[in-house]
Design a protein around this ligand. Sequence first.
Ligand SMILES: *[C@@H]1O[C@H](CO)[C@@H](O)[C@H](O)[C@H]1NC(C)=O
Length: 316
Amino acid sequence: MARFSCYHHSFITFLSFILAVFLEGVTAATFTFINKCDYTVWPGILANPGSRKLESTGFELTKGSSRSFQAPTGWAGRFWGRTGCNFNDSGHGSCATGDCGSGEVECNGAGAIPPATLAEFTLGSGSQDFYDVSLVDGYNLPMIVEGSGGSGECATTGCMTDLNKKCPSELRIDGGTACKSACDAFGNPEYCCSGVYNSPAACKPSMYSEVFKSACPKSYSYAFDDATSTFTCIGADYSITFCPNVPSLKSPKDPDPKPTGTIDDSGSDTDPMQAAALSSQWLANLATGDSTRIQPFSPTQLGFAKTIFIVLSLFF
Ligand SMILES: *[C@@H]1O[C@H](CO)[C@@H](O)[C@H](O)[C@H]1NC(C)=O
């Protein structure tokens, strides 16, 4: 009897393992966070509604270190870096910038309190991934996104400039460790692209968004800055680097990178109309939560899971 239940137990364990592997979904991409700042950064991860949480929602990344996460096909969400955090011995605390309000290192489904530089991703399922670095919620630290091993444009994007040094005083937070968006600072509909300004035709760059755009030409500087700020790649892995130091920021199609510390603009040599069409499609997908892209399990996986459940139920 004991022998039988031992066998029985390991069989159940085996089936559970198989089930877990299948329900996990197919890995679409590896995200690697790299901290090149000369201080610790506490990245935050927020999955969009309909996407599952990754292995962590917030963690400590000491200077010079890196950490990788697997994400399934169709995953969508955002990443940011928290700075100036203080967590006590029992793990309670908060951060000076990018805090998520959870009171602990894990953000547990909470997003960044602005201002914070954001990296936003919508992974495809055998189709294009969309990604951008956004300053729409302000800026707190330099961050770039680089794709590797993918096909398509796959341009590097982000903001290498220390915008805290160029932040207009009316947007600066105490201590100058972050820079608010004009929308956040003043709340005017024309800065927020809200109310009658809620369309690409009505909402134009402002004096403030242009400060952001000139410092970080590839980043979103206001809500409808799509055409020059959204990038695509197929089947890549991505690195998210905080404080990238003057690097070989070379997009795959640019044979002659500029030797300066700014990101070259070669990624925006796409036909602007095509870029606009892609980004409006992407926005529509974000708005509707496009079920074909966000579908976490394939019918085959669901069918397999059902079979496993039936087999398991025969044992209990
Ligand atoms: C950590 O901070 C929390 C919240 O401020 C507090 O309740 C707790 O006692 C602190 N724990 C330690 C070990 O200091």
